[in-house]
Write a new protein. Structure first.
Length: 216
């Protein structure tokens, strides 16, 4: 086990304190054959904290999988708030609905099935917080939509923007790498946001996430 795995587990135990509902969501996702690519517990808790920091009444998530991050996000909603989460694969959405039901969060969450580029145009903003975590090649398009559906003060988080460092390889033809590089070009040229990105290591390997604040 790598040292950062040990540290991540130590931090999880000390600070994150997962619970039965979150563990059951991961277990049910695993049993249903979903890939183990949900955010780490520490990252999930960060999403929960961010939701509360922006007093989120409306949250948008692109990429639901089994609903693990959706549980963290929905728990961070202000009273009466709603999470809209977009998922392309019906089976993933079905597992997520069950997990959200078990978490007692189903009434606060709208799981929409279909390719996000088809469901995004049906949404009405503004969202206080957006979390982009789907197919990486469409990251720039998702960011454009999230910005469109934001207001000044909204926060947009994009997961997996480091991809084990592959993001700095200008010769890479990998669709995810190209998607992240395109996203960064877009964000760099976008005067309506201030953004940064943080590299991470831990139970999910070497990666990172970007955070953008919508200015106007
Ligand atoms: C990394 S997983 C999401 C993990 C989830 N956010 C979590 O942390 O628990 C990415 C998800 O995006 C979905 N996805 C892939 N392409 C998509 C698309 N075009 N539109 C919507 N969802 C898509 C995949 O089916 C998968 O469930």
């Amino acid at each position: 086990m790598e040292i950062w795995d040990k540290v991540d587990r130590y931090l999880e135990e000390k600070l994150v304190q997962s619970d039965e509902v979150l563990e059951a969501a991961l277990e049910a996702s695993d049993k249903a054959g979903l890939p183990a690519i949900s955010v780490s517990p520490s990252h999930g808790k960060l999403l929960w904290i961010l939701a509360q920091l922006v007093n989120a009444k409306r949250i948008l998530e692109i990429g639901t999988l089994g609903g693990y991050s959706a549980i963290w996000l929905a728990r961070g909603l202000a009273p009466g708030g709603r999470l809209v989460t977009l998922e392309a694969v019906e089976k993933h959405a079905a597992v997520a609905r069950q997990n959200l039901e078990r978490a007692g969060l189903a009434p606060a969450v709208d799981v929409r099935v279909g390719p996000a580029l088809a469901t995004l145009p049906q949404l009405e903003g503004p969202f206080d917080l957006s979390f982009i975590d789907a197919d990486k090649q469409n990251n720039a398009e998702y960011f454009r939509w999230a910005l469109e559906l934001s207001r000044p003060g909204s926060v947009i988080v994009v997961d997996n923007v480091v991809l084990e460092g592959a993001v700095v390889d200008p010769r890479s033809r990998d669709a995810a790498v190209l998607g992240v590089r395109k996203l960064n070009e877009l964000v760099a040229a976008e005067p309506r946001v201030a953004a940064t990105a943080i590299q991470t290591v831990g139970v999910k390997g070497y990666d990172g996430f970007a955070v953008a604040l919508v200015l106007r």
